[in-house]
Design a protein around this ligand. Sequence first.
Ligand code: AMP
Ligand code: ZN
Length: 117
Amino acid sequence: MAGEPQDDCLFCKIVAGTIPATIVRETETTVAFRDINPQAPTHVLVIPKAHHRDAAALAAAAPELAADVLRETQAVADDEKLESYRTVFNTGTGAGQTVWHAHAHVLGGRGLEWPPG
Ligand code: AMP
Ligand code: ZN
């Protein structure tokens, strides 16, 4: 069920603390941790603690929680002293989504081309 922890979900396990992660921020509703395969000097993932399969499902089911995630992307950027950064939500396998628990990538610390690849 949306919002409930999923036994087979990597990010639910990070929320539960059963898989380690380098956590950089935590709120009542969100966790931010460093991506294990960073694509930029700063590459942090911001996730809701509750399980939702992607960003759109999160926004539909829990708009306040989606806003919490977005607020935390700015907080990460502030902590990392990033003037500019990119927030990415990969949605669907064709866009590179590999983990089916909504997450925002926060990327910064290098030049970011536009349009992205
Ligand atoms: P996506 O491909 O958009 O679904 O993003 C999933 C991200 O999770 C990828 O950038 C992975 O490098 C990252 N990732 C996978 N496993 C872990 C982990 N155990 N800790 C931190 N990041 C992870
Ligand atoms: Zn999950």
